[in-house]
Design a protein around this ligand. Sequence first.
Ligand SMILES: Cc1cc2nc3c(=O)[nH]c(=O)nc-3n(C[C@H](O)[C@H](O)[C@H](O)COP(=O)(O)OP(=O)(O)OC[C@H]3O[C@@H](n4cnc5c(N)ncnc54)[C@H](O)[C@@H]3O)c2cc1C
Ligand code: FES
Length: 288
Amino acid sequence: MSCSKAAVRSNRQVSPDFYLLEAEWPSLDDAPGSDGIPAIRAGQFCMLRSWDSIPVLSRPISVFDADGNRVSFLYKTVGRGTAIFSRLKPGDSITIQGPLGNGFPMELCSTASGRVAMVGGGAGIAPLYLGAKQYKAAGCTVDLYLGFSGAAYNEVSRATCNEVSRAAFLTEEYRDRADSITVNVGGFITDAVDPVGYDAIFTCGPEVMMKALWEKCKAAGAGDKLFVSLEARMACGVGACYGCSRKTASAFRENGAFKENGAFRENGGNKKVCKDGPVFPAQEVFGL
Ligand SMILES: Cc1cc2nc3c(=O)[nH]c(=O)nc-3n(C[C@H](O)[C@H](O)[C@H](O)COP(=O)(O)OP(=O)(O)OC[C@H]3O[C@@H](n4cnc5c(N)ncnc54)[C@H](O)[C@@H]3O)c2cc1C
Ligand code: FES
């Protein structure tokens, strides 16, 4: 993990509220370790800032892609920090701290070499690009399922909407990374997923979407195949402030009953989304 300044190479608006920022980051070394596992794993994130003191906190954004000393981030403008990012120009400086957290379990690559589904909603599609790339490189078959809210496209017809989404959300780039891709705008992308037959299913996006997928996987006897990437408001991003803590099934099981003001436990109990996650087995998150 490092924290250093990087130079923005490009910052492209890819839809009304999504941007793709690429930076040159000399501290980055994405070469695989001796175990063949990439140094940056899909699902990991970085804390980004391109301001001095205000806003106070850096913002957590997933790694979209990493190659050599280039790293990119796909982000949605929702507030002050991401609005500042959207105004960055080539040559501007951005501070990148990372890679942070536990990404998708790459050890499944070597053993599964089977079928992997990746299900993303909205900004949750961001980590799936590198995910598809890494699992494909490891020999897996990857089916991508990308869902978007239709809210941004109310003024265009459904047919146009799908055209817009195809261009806007980089689905052509995603298509090159996967064996199949299914896109849904304005509906439920989880409806398109049949969990049976997959060795692993990864999901990132609105929690209501991930929970629906969990219910579907559980009903199909595939609950243990599902991994979810959680979001939480983060202050430090490195496990020091407990700001992103989340109760988990292991807390429930180990404590018997979760105590709202209970002490944090070293093993089990509350988990920190930034350090223990953001990727968790779904049963740990939704199996409460
Ligand atoms: C591990 C992780 C990875 C992420 N990866 C991406 C990514 O790849 N692309 C992307 O677009 N976004 C990602 N996010 C969400 C991103 O961090 C927030 O959208 C961003 O911090 C908002 O900053 P802001 O200053 O623009 O908004 P603020 O002004 O801080 O808030 C604006 C609105 O966004 C909500 N919000 C702020 N932070 C979060 C958060 N962490 N989770 C959920 N809602 C939030 C607030 O409740 C508020 O409604 C990720 C979050 C986490 C925890
Ligand atoms: S953000 Fe500080 S512990 Fe997770």
